[in-house]
Design a protein around this ligand. Structure first.
Ligand code: GLV
Ligand code: MG
Length: 335
């Protein structure tokens, strides 16, 4: 049975054939909380008012001897907090770990009705999604959970990138995907110790210009994978996200990495530190100047067809659809 895609809606009636479905629910930042730490759990009711999604992290960054405490802490925090319209997610341990079965069985059994999405790390192929899909179906039936729990895959191995399209279409439960640049770098044997972002040595030199020094231009290390992920997600009506940015001291670099991902089609990113919440909010909401220009396009072409000039720039059916993406997102942000 095909489950409803509750996070997406088609473009407006009367518009030309939908180019791409748009997210109804804002998920500009997935805010990571380490639930084994009581002091962090205590902040959750307040954090939940500021973010689009709260995620209890059980996987990497949680020490092995704190895995059970993190799971129990997440269940406790989920029971104790009213999340309102804010999404509640968890990142479980990976499928070949000793903790994952208890993560899934205990969490779905105790707070499954409150849980929106399970983030599944290190997904390598459709088979990983199928396993979780079946397990969730059994547990939802056992505990009479009426609403399907969705699956969000982290794209963080070379094998996963190779199979990204089949992962995106593996189940109607697929909510979306995040780039996991740290694990992906290790899996590909990239020579970096960073969590996302650029690298000072990843650049090509501009052509020599007489005696003047040549300028180096830094490139986005993640451009190829983000583009590949966005295409796989868009083709299957699910959401692409940039993942973590590990250097909390460099807010400008975080903003520029998030912005590249937004421009390429991502709808959000992870916030691992409170300072990244506002960055994600700003970046993944459309720029007011862009919205004003996009509105001009929609107004100048009420039936979405033909060609007009606005401020010296040619507009046609395709730019009408681009404008609609921006205006629809602005409306969801404003709602
Ligand atoms: C996230 O999990 C990453 O590996 O970057
Ligand atoms: Mg990872």
């Amino acid at each position: 049975m095909k489950l409803p895609r509750q996070f997406f809606k088609p473009l407006a009636i009367g518009a030309p054939a939908p180019y791409r479905e748009l997210p109804v629910q804002l998920e500009r930042m997935i805010h990571f909380v380490p639930p084994h730490l009581e002091k962090m759990r205590a902040k959750v009711p307040d954090i939940a008012k500021q973010v689009d999604v709260v995620l209890g992290n059980l996987e990497d960054a949680i020490p092995s001897d704190a895995k059970e405490a993190a799971r129990r802490g997440f269940i406790e925090m989920a029971k104790a907090t009213d999340f309102g319209a804010t999404g509640l997610w968890t990142r479980i341990n990976c499928l070949n770990s000793p903790w994952v079965l208890d993560d899934i069985v205990e969490i779905v059994g105790e707070i499954g009705a409150k849980l929106d999405v399970i983030m599944l790390p290190k997904v390598e192929g459709a088979w990983d999604v199928h396993y979780l899909d079946q397990l969730l179906a059994q547990l939802e039936a056992k505990h009479a959970i009426g609403k399907p729990i969705l699956i969000h895959a982290i794209l963080e191995t070379a094998e996963g990138v190779k199979n990204v399209e089949e992962i995106a279409s593996a189940s109607p439960r697929m909510h979306g995907m995040s780039l996991g640049p740290a694990d992906l770098a290790a899996s590909r044997a990239m020579k970096t110790t960073r969590v996302g972002g650029g690298h000072p040595d990843y650049k090509v030199l501009a052509d020599a210009d007489g005696d003047k020094p040549r300028a180096g231009y830094q490139q986005d290390l993640w451009h190829y994978t983000v583009g590949k992920m966005v295409d796989a997600c868009a083709a299957n009506g699910i959401k692409p996200f940039y993942g973590p940015f590990g250097d909390f001291s460099d807010l400008a670099a975080c903003e520029s990495q998030f912005r590249n991902a937004f421009l390429q089609g991502c709808v959000g990113a992870w916030s691992l530190h409170p300072t990244q919440i506002d960055i994600a909010k700003r970046v993944f909401s459309p720029d007011p100047g862009e919205v004003a220009f996009a509105l001009k396009i929609l107004e100048a072409m009420p039936d979405g067809a033909g060609a007009v000039m606005i401020d010296g720039k040619m507009q046609d059916d395709a730019t009408w659809k681009q404008a609609k993406v921006i205006v629809d997102l602005a409306r969801i942000v404003a709602a």
